[in-house]
Design a protein around this ligand. Structure first.
Ligand code: COA
Length: 140
């Protein structure tokens, strides 16, 4: 599993007083399994596949994760830990998914109102519905 950690591109330190420091994590598969035990939010991260993305941490605290499948152009995981939500972090990570990882598509449960609202606000449109899932895409 490859996760690139590029926190400085988010500029969160200046924009968001709550996040003072980012730590670079060892993202070997072994370590990710350990982090998953420690941080339930990392349950969204898939291991063992050549996905790319970033994990943001504040000191030792997990803040957010973005993981993209650069082959298909799908975002496979986007999760902000509850105490860091509503600060625009997901919006910034979506921009990074597009520009850094060339990922403009995603799937989301129809019932996930927060996420659907986030994606609509950022210009994503539904191009397919399948059962409980929406497939959404942003035009380049
Ligand atoms: C969905 C999620 C990623 C949003 O993260 P966030 O950092 O709080 O999002 P932002 O601060 O960038 O918010 C941007 C927009 O998202 C939407 N949004 C975020 N939280 C929302 C909420 N609780 N209710 C309704 N809309 C919400 C709004 O449209 C918001 O725009 P606004 O601030 O102008 O109202 C976050 O709630 C999360 O991690 N949820 C659990 C995991 C998940 O569902 N991931 C998506 C899987 S497809």
């Amino acid at each position: 599993m490859k996760i690139l950690i590029i926190p400085e591109q988010l500029g969160l330190e200046e924009r968001d007083g709550g996040i003072e420091k980012f730590t670079h994590l060892d993202t070997s598969e072994e370590n990710i399994k350990e982090y998953k035990k420690q941080y339930p939010s990392l349950s969204h991260v898939k291991v063992g596949q050549p996905f790319k993305g970033i994990i943001l941490v504040d000191e030792e605290k997990f803040v957010a994760v973005l993981q993209c499948d650069t082959k298909t152009g799908y975002i496979v995981a986007l999760e902000i830990t509850p105490e860091y939500r509503h600060r625009g972090i997901a919006t910034e990570l979506l921009k990074m998914a597009q520009h850094k990882f060339n990922s403009y598509k995603l799937t989301v449960r129809k019932t996930n109102k927060e996420a659907v609202s986030l994606y609509q606000k950022n210009g994503y449109k539904t191009f397919r519905e399948e059962g409980i899932m929406l497939y959404m895409e942003k035009k380049k």
